[in-house]
Design a protein around this ligand. Structure first.
Ligand code: SAH
Ligand code: SF4
Ligand code: F3S
Length: 457
């Protein structure tokens, strides 16, 4: 299945990939790493030791954007490693900023050799080969989703075998008014279900225990395939490969259908965790965000899912300070968060993104008001999450072991079905390394806001 056309040879060369942004970018970085390895390059431990440096960038909020320009700027004077086959370090910037800025990024940062867009992943090895051949000739290649090539059949370089991301769609058609993603990722394209099943089966055969299906809005899978198959069919088919843990992200509430909800009751290995971004609790703001659901509709979905799967843990994303957000709008968000009782809430301060509809809106909220609302929301979330985690003390959870805990090297860390981080003591007789990638039972003895602590039973 893996393919890199006309592989150039980079024997003796090293690469380093720095990734920002969402899981889709992390997954793209695995494909880029896989392609460079297929050309004979090896992964460097740091940027200093790399002949090829690749930035896979994100522009969803202003902070990520600024950081990238700073980071790329700061490596301008980094010395070339002594045994570099080229006597030069080549720098490539890809991902969402690459797609958005193209040539203008080269104009701004004149030590960047290559800019490539989100639809040009398969070209990266050729672009490096070209840069080496024509030294000093900078290039920008940015295709649209129609002209570009799919990255899904590039070789994968996964950091570990036991869990895997599996993209099922690319792009997004929703145009939420604040969001840049549809502009930098293009229209939604569903990957053929045969490819998804075949990749899932390969993962299972390789010993993978957990698969997370990825898409900006997995629930609209199949809309471009004349309506069939749909997301519920993807869930059934991937589940049938025998995977031990199945997850997916992200769901748009307007597209979460009853047949998908029903799978939480019928598919044994579908994990009881659902990330369902709400963004705001105010109908007025939801409408201005172009989200196509109301507070009431959202809560009724939550109830339905809970009825189907009482042990489910919800997580969400919230934007504070969208243009026109009043104290009363914010209060509705606050109340919704309190009512739902999320296992995890990702809170963001609204960041205007040039080119989006919301960036033109007047009536912006003053930064100190946003900050105050944001802090109140974070405090509520922390209290909620702590209370939920506390209720797990005395219970036993199964975790997929990811490796030694950073808190204490004699402990392991992993995630529960509800996606809680769990640190656990290992019996003196067990070797810690042999537990990596295994699913083990942990008796929970203590709870913090961001994790549980226990012992393996
Ligand atoms: N497709 C996914 C992820 C989108 S980006 C989804 O729809 O859920 C992840 C989150 O970033 C969004 O859910 C939103 O909460 C946040 N986000 C997107 N654009 C933003 C902006 N301009 N300012 C602040 N937060 C933003
Ligand atoms: Fe952005 Fe909305 Fe698409 Fe998510 S669904 S990527 S928030 S436009
Ligand atoms: Fe960022 Fe692009 Fe993902 S803008 S959030 S990396 S799709």
């Amino acid at each position: 299945m893996s393919r890199v056309l006309n592989n150039p040879h980079f024997d003796g060369a090293t690469f380093f990939i720095r990734t920002y942004g969402c899981q889709m970018n992390q997954h793209d970085a695995e494909r880029l790493g896989g392609s460079l390895k297929a050309c004979g390059a090896t992964e460097a431990s740091s940027m200093e030791n790399a002949d090829f440096v690749v930035f896979v960038t994100c522009c969803v909020r202003e902070r990520a954007d600024e950081r990238l320009y700073g980071q790329v700027g700061s490596i301008k004077n980094l010395p070339v490693r002594s045994d570099s086959p080229y006597g030069k370090r080549y720098i490539a910037v890809g991902g969402c900023i690459g797609q958005r800025d193209g040539q203008s990024l080269i104009d701004r940062l004149n030590h960047v050799d290559i800019v490539f867009g989100t639809h040009n992943l398969p070209m990266l090895p050729q672009l490096f080969a070209h840069a080496i051949e024509y030294g000093g000739h900078q290039m920008s290649v940015v295709a649209s989703e129609k002209e570009g090539a799919s990255p899904f059949d590039l070789p994968l370089d996964r950091p570990h075998p036991w869990s895997a991301w599996l993209p099922i769609t690319s792009g997004c058609n929703n145009f939420c008014s604040y969001c840049i993603v549809p502009y930098v990722r293009g229209r939604e394209i569903s990957r053929p279900i045969e490819d998804i099943i075949s990749e899932a089966q390969t993962f299972v055969n390789e010993g993978t225990k957990e698969i997370t299906l990825l898409g900006q809005n997995v629930n609209s899978y199949g809309r471009d395939l004349y309506g069939s198959p749909r997301f519920a069919d993807v869930l059934d088919s991937v589940h049938a490969t025998g995977i031990k843990r199945l997850r997916f992200a992200t769901s748009h509430p307007k597209d979460l259908t009853d047949d998908v909800i029903a799978r939480f009751g019928t598919l044994e290995h579908l994990m009881p965790a659902l990330h369902l971004p709400v963004q705001s609790g105010s109908d007025r703001i939801l409408e201005a965000m172009n989200r196509h659901y109301t507070n009431k509709q959202y809560r009724s979905i939550i109830e339905k899912v809970r009825k189907t799967c009482p042990s489910i843990a919800f997580s969400t994303d919230i934007i504070v300070g969208f243009p026109g957000e009043t104290e009363s709008d914010f209060q509705q968000t606050y109340d919704l968060v309190k009512q739902v009782g999320y296992q995890q809430v990702y809170t963001f301060i609204y960041s205007p993104r040039k080119g989006t509809v919301a960036a033109q809106m007047e009536n912006t909220v003053p930064q100190d008001v946003i900050r105050d609302r944001f802090d109140r929301l974070v405090e509520l979330v922390n209290d909620n999450v702590h209370a939920i985690n506390h209720s797990w003390i005395g219970r036993t959870v199964e975790i997929l072991v990811e490796g030694p805990s950073k808190k204490d090297p004699r402990m392991i860390v992993g995630h529960s079905p509800q996606n809680q981080t769990v640190h656990a003591k290992v019996p003196a007789t067990a070797s810690l390394r042999s537990l990596e990638g295994q699913i083990v039972s942990v008796h929970v003895s203590a709870a913090k806001t961001w994790y549980l602590i226990g012992e393996i039973v």
